[in-house]
Every structure is written in C-alpha cells, then in structure tokens.
Design a protein around this ligand. Structure first.
Ligand SMILES: [Cu+2]
Length: 216
C-alpha cells in the first residue's frame, strides 16, 4: 500500500568562505526529527560527467543476513557475494537495473556481478525470506550514505548545476526525493531534509526469533 504524503523539505543554505570548499553536507531526519541513517544522497550532474574509477565491493552473507544492508556504488562497480555461513544461500535479484541469480551454495562464492545500469537493486535469498539488501547504482562521482547521525558529506564537487537526490528504502514516496541545487565555488552548502518513513519499516532485517537457532 502506498500512502501519499507530502515530503516536507526544509532547505537551509549556509555559505562559508573557508575550509572544505565546494562541498555539500546533507542532514536527513524523519517526521519526528530523528536522524535517518543509511539514506542515499547523490548529486546528479545536469551535463555528462565521468564517474569515478571502477571499483569493487563485497556483500557478504553472515549469520543469515546480508552485510552491508544498504550500499551506494557508481556504475561499473563489480560486486561479489561471499557466503561465510557454511549453510546454503541462494542470492538473487529481479530488479530492473540488474537481474541475476547465484544458485544455492554453501561455498564462498567468487562469481563477479557487474552493476552497469543506474537504479535500485533489491537483493534477496530464496532460502531465507528475511534476508534483504539494497544496492543503489548511481551515474555520478558524488554520492554518500547518511551515518548514524543522519549526515552525509560530499566533497571536492565540481561547481555547477545538479539535481540533489535522496533515497531511503523506508521512504513513504518509494522513489527519489529530487531538488535542484547549485554548487558554487569555494563554498560549503548545507541542506536539511525531512523524509516520511513508513511506520512498519524495519531498520535492520532480522531472522524470525523461532528460526534463529535452526541449522539450515
Ligand atoms: Cu540465505
């Protein structure tokens, strides 16, 4: 069920003419004013821009959970999904940006998956329904994830016109919140966003209590 509620966006722009120039600091809170961690924050350039060099990440399977839970990566990143549990996992995604499947295995998988299309990829496990991870693929060198205080910092930004995107899997609008922003030379820009989070949103996936000790 999708509830349509307005995202309240409060923008404070603070200009400082020294220290880390050309940077953007974004604070994300929920409707109650609490910090929202693991929100994806990125600047989409309005003209083509080289994405940073190709990198690699690991999404491990440990204690019947994916770790990390939420990742943000540039297009061209390669991911591996090592299984440290010694029990079978069957990793898959049906998302538009990347569809793949790593058949049931108890081994440490070394298969490389290339993420070359922007968008959100939801990763699941066919054996353990609660196992979920999100990978957000972005076509920009400027991206970050909010920390436990709801803060994300983007640095060394080329001055210019951008779209500022904010995304969180618990967001009621279920898509990016987008606004236009100008990054000016030698300035630190600060913005604050309020995201409405679904009341039933789980902040961290967990196995059902009665299954936690079960060996399978
Ligand atoms: Cu599993």
């Amino acid at each position: 069920m999708t509830l349509k509620r307005t995202i309240v966006i409060m923008i404070f722009i603070c200009l400082v003419d020294f220290a880390q120039a050309d940077s953007l600091s974004v604070k994300v809170t929920n409707a109650s004013g609490q910090a929202v961690k693991d929100a994806i924050v990125y600047l989409q350039p309005k003209s083509a821009m080289n994405v940073s060099e190709v990198s690699a990440i690991e999404i491990e399977q440990k204690n019947k959970l994916f770790n990390p839970f939420i990742s943000v990566i540039p297009t061209g990143t390669i991911a591996t999904f090592p299984n440290h549990d010694g029990i079978g996992h069957h990793v898959y995604s049906f998302s538009k940006s990347k569809t793949f499947e790593l058949p049931l295995s108890e081994e440490e998988l070394s298969q490389k998956i290339l993420f070359d299309k922007p968008g959100v990829v939801t990763i699941g496990c066919n054996i353990h329904d609660w196992m979920v991870a999100y990978i957000y693929i972005v076509d920009t060198p400027y991206f970050a994830k909010t920390n436990s205080t709801g803060l994300a910092n983007l640095e060394n930004i080329t001055p210019g016109e951008y779209e500022l995107h904010i995304w969180h899997p618990g967001s009621i609008i279920n898509k990016d919140s987008v606004s236009n922003i100008t990054i000016a030379q030698s300035q630190i820009t600060q913005e604050a966003f309020t995201l409405d989070i679904r009341p039933d949103y789980f902040w961290k996936p967990a196995p059902p209590p009665d299954l936690e000790q079960q060996e399978y």
